[in-house]
Design a protein around this ligand. Structure first.
Ligand SMILES: *[C@@H]1O[C@H](CO)[C@@H](O)[C@H](O)[C@H]1NC(C)=O
Length: 457
């Protein structure tokens, strides 16, 4: 009989599964139905928190329920913890934020990845800290599907042995598209996590990297831009990875309307309304009475559910005069304040984007690359041909992981700005060894394998 690589994989699976530790009683006990954040007092500004410095841990706790793949299959992670920390909201006022710290087995405590999930919603109940737990509510049919799929990528980062922090970077008010507030939530979550050694074990001097795709890249880019002014002491951030960035909001709105992802428009408009109280009444005033209730469902539905509800809809036709609304000074000020490119990151950047991206095209990402590079940033920019926005999230991940691993090892990852086209980031030769591992680990993790690198000796 000839061994195919598939039967080898099956044998490895069987061997590993039989060696797995049984679920501990503690894990089983934590398979509860977690409270929605809107009903959970952990998600609120505690008394007197304003006087704490940004990045201060205000509270921490075990997760109410265990982290689970697709919300169903418990993952075997060595240690998880939720933190509530002091940060700053879009108005510049003190705010509390929530983040999830994950420690894999065989962790390297001298490294920390801050991964920003593309939550893209206006409801606190879509927060990743909640959505990734067993038996969480999805905020409408398939509402948190993107978060659930990104979990597979996050698991791939834990398999490298890196401790990971997942900030709820849209804050306690669901402020999607308030990008610079998200950036502050990221930087403060990193500060808080680096101060968590007493319970997490993470080295306060750990090397840090930032990564996010799409909505997660907005928070990551804003954090990289803000680092020098908002958190200059975080001088140990070695790399920022931006997948599928969407640098210009008005452009994206125009490209998205009537398309597959038109539902991002209500989520974004209401996210900004949550962030800027003066924005909300203007939007409500210009919504047609017959369309108001439907549009406002996006206050409660997570990304996937909004996408399904509004697929191919002409959202501009929900307003009395959308062009006039868009042109208003109050609106323009908020939009341009949250477009990327307000400052030049001094952290090395790897940026990848689909040339055929259907969210906002490639032009504004080319423009952001130019802005950053003209300002002296170091950016490795790869434009991918055989993909679109959704598939590049998966296809681009192995190459991004490779880049992060090099940066964490202390290698110089970017010396100058480079812009290249590739047929496919997945087929790129430098990722060839990571892809099979990535797939194998994902399958094994579904079988409750301890998440983390396998070390001998
Ligand atoms: C949420 O929004 C309300 C109303 O604008 C504001 O008072 C509150 O401080 C915000 N909370 C956070 C955490 O930003």
């Amino acid at each position: 009989m000839k061994f195919t690589s598939l039967s080898l994989l099956t044998l490895m699976l069987l061997a590993t599964v039989s060696a797995l530790p049984a679920a501990s009683p503690k894990d089983l006990a934590r398979r509860n139905i977690p409270l929605k954040p809107s009903e959970d007092s952990f998600y609120s500004n505690p008394a007197g928190f304003e006087s704490a410095a940004p990045g201060t841990i205000l509270k921490n706790r075990d997760l109410p329920s265990t982290i689970a793949t697709l919300g169903l299959i418990p993952a075997n992670i060595k240690y998880t913890q939720q933190i509530l920390y002091r940060t700053t909201n879009a108005l510049g006022d003190p705010a509390a934020g929530v983040a999830t710290i994950l420690i894999p087995y065989n962790a390297d405590y001298t490294k920390l990845l801050s991964y920003q999930i593309a939550e893209d919603a206006a409801s606190i109940n879509c927060s990743p800290s909640y959505a990734l737990q067993f038996a969480s509510d999805s905020g409408g049919f398939a509402g948190t599907i993107v978060t659930q799929l990104e979990w597979l990528i996050i698991q791939g980062t834990l398999e490298q042995g890196w401790p990971v922090v997942l900030p709820d970077h849209l804050g306690l008010n669901g402020t999607f598209l308030a990008n610079y507030a998200s950036g502050k939530h990221v930087l403060d979550a990193v500060r808080a996590t680096l101060a968590s050694q007493s319970f997490s074990g993470i080295d306060p001097d750990a090397k840090v990297a930032l990564w996010g795709y799409s909505g997660g890249s907005l928070a990551s880019a804003a954090a990289a831009e803000l680092r020098d002014t908002y958190a200059p002491e975080l001088d140990n951030i070695v790399a920022t990875v931006l997948g599928g960035p969407v640098p210009d909001i008005e452009n994206a709105v125009k490209v998205l309307n009537k398309g597959i992802f038109a539902g991002l428009i209500p989520n974004g408009v209401l996210g900004l309304a949550n962030a800027y109280p003066a924005f909300a009444p203007i939007i409500q005033e210009h919504l047609l009475p017959s369309k108001k209730a439907e549009f406002n469902t996006a206050y409660d539905t997570c990304l996937g559910a909004s996408a399904l509800r509004f697929i191919l809809h002409d959202l501009f036709a929900y307003f009395d005069d959308f062009d006039a609304l868009l042109a208003m000074e109050e609106i323009q000020t908020v939009l341009t304040a949250n477009d990327l490119g307000h400052a030049i990151p001094t952290i090395p950047i790897y940026m990848y984007k689909s040339i055929l991206d259907e969210i906002d095209g490639i032009g504004y990402t080319d423009k952001l690359y130019k802005t950053y590079c003209n300002g002296g940033a170091k950016v490795k920019y790869v434009r991918d041909l055989i993909s679109e926005h959704g598939t590049l999230a998966a296809f681009g991940a192995p190459k991004a992981l490779t880049f992060l691993a090099k940066a964490f090892r202390g290698e110089t990852v970017v010396t100058k700005c480079t812009k290249t086209n590739t047929l496919s980031s997945l087929l790129d030769i430098s990722t060839a060894t990571i892809v099979p591992d990535f797939l194998k680990d994902t399958i094994l993790d579904l079988l409750y394998k301890p998440v983390g690198p396998f070390l001998i000796g």
